[in-house]
Ligand binder design. Structure first.
Ligand code: TRH
Length: 394
């Protein structure tokens, strides 16, 4: 049935949400370059567009095994499957696009993964052509706002893609934030009074394999406050085991007993809970970094390393935005630990850690303020769809 529903601004029906005449169809393409961030972001966006905008979503992914780590109900070796409201298509190079046909209204190419040639042809055949967005990597660097939403015509086909940059200001595409995320976080925080035998500081460590963890563990083990340090399963957790083996069994008399444990990799659906259960979050890449900001906890970012230290520019650009409103001393403490962790400067970790801890109350307040500032802006899906509605020939 075709009908035009009243808009949310209709004076007669102010509570009726705008519904497009027919559901939006959207194809998302994602290649897993390495690790989990690419598919983590693509999956979150797919789910949100389906759940909150009733969009019909197909998500084409080239690595179902990595995807399965995040979403255990995914089955590998299956060309097409449905998980919740999303259709997952296994994307194999050379496979024809008939599995992904016809081309959707909105096509999202995640992180410049390159669309399959046969799918591009289907897009070109469609009249009007699909609205094609290239979802880029997250960066706080100032150049991003100049490039956000710029068109990029295809060299041979009558198609145009648009760069869409996530970001931390209204001049970029925003961040993925599900409609109920902040409410769920705050509800969990109210319910999560720590049991009396679990007081002290809880720290989560999720970082890349080259992180200087031994130095961090030593610094943590010398903290005055009791610490429970949870290290995410993987190479860093293996190094934790080795570090533990090298430590004296008995702490000096009067020293607080710290605990170090390996945290198993949890499904993506439980990842926020894991963050919310901790007080300081060492995170990495893109998706865990963003979720830590939504968790509103003091965080330490292990940025994905790039050639020529390009990542340090990116790191500083974020700190320039994030630290706005922090006292000079708290800002210095934050920068010190982030740089020591990322460069990595081992002899700096201990003093930087202590400095960071000394400013924890201010960093806590600031983390909450920052998440409120971000939540006052439209989220990535809302920005993406409003860009689509304004510009797509529908
Ligand atoms: O895994 P990452 O390093 O991912 C990416 C990719 O490497 C990508 O190529 C690179 O360009 C980008 O980083 C910058 O880090 P990220 O983005 O934090 O992704 C990790 C995902 O794993 C995130 O979606 C959260 C999820 N996760 C779980 O679901 N359970 C867990 O227990 C943990 C530790 C993580």
């Amino acid at each position: 049935m075709t009908h035009s529903a009243p808009s949310a601004h209709s004076p007669d029906l102010p509570n009726v949400q705008y519904l497009p005449p027919s559901p939006l169809s959207c194809d998302i393409f994602c290649r897993v370059v390495d690790n989990y961030g690419d598919i983590g972001v693509a999956w979150r966006l797919a789910r949100q567009l389906a759940a909150e905008y009733a969009a019909t979503i197909r998500l084409a992914v080239d690595d179902l095994a990595s995807f399965q780590r995040l979403v255990p109900s995914i089955r590998t070796g299956i060309p097409m499957q449905r998980v919740g409201e999303v259709t997952i298509v296994e994307w194999r190079d050379g496979s024809d696009a008939t599995r992904i046909a016809p081309a959707a209204d909105l096509v999202i190419e995640a992180f410049g993964c390159g669309l399959p040639a046969d799918y591009l042809n289907l897009m070109a055949l469609r009249a009007p052509p699909p609205f094609w967005v290239n979802l880029e990597y997250l960066s706080a660097e100032p150049w991003v706002r100049e490039h956000h939403l710029l068109p990029s015509p295809h060299v041979t086909l009558p198609l145009t893609s648009y760069f869409f940059f996530p970001g931390f200001t209204t001049r970029t595409g925003g961040l993925i934030r599900e409609r109920d995320l902040i409410t769920r976080r705050d509800t969990a925080a109210r319910a999560a009074a720590k049991p009396t035998d679990q007081t002290g500081l809880h720290i989560l460590v999720f970082g890349y394999d080259h992180a200087p963890v031994e130095t961090l563990f030593t610094a943590i083990s010398e903290s005055k406050e009791t610490v429970l340090c949870r290290v995410s399963e993987g190479a860093l957790a293996e190094r934790l085991e080795r570090w533990r083996g090298s430590q004296a069994e008995i702490a000096p008399e009067g020293a607080p007993m710290h605990e170090f444990e390996v945290t198993p990799f949890v499904p993506l659906a439980d990842f926020d809970d894991l963050l919310w259960r901790n007080d300081i979050l060492f995170v990495r890449g893109e998706d865990s970094f963003v979720r830590a900001q939504w968790a509103a906890k003091p965080l330490v970012w292990h940025i994905y390393p790039q050639a020529d230290d390009a990542h340090l520019k990116k790191l500083n650009a974020f700190l320039d935005l994030y630290c706005c409103g922090l006292s000079a001393r708290a800002e210095a403490a934050m920068r010190r630990l982030w740089l020591a962790w990322n460069r990595p400067i081992r002899e700096e970790i201990g003093p930087a850690w202590n400095d960071f801890l000394a400013h924890l109350p201010a960093l806590n307040t600031h983390a909450l303020d920052w998440s409120k500032r971000l939540a006052d802006m439209p989220d990535l899906a809302a920005n993406l769809l409003s860009f689509y509605r304004k510009n797509a020939k529908i």
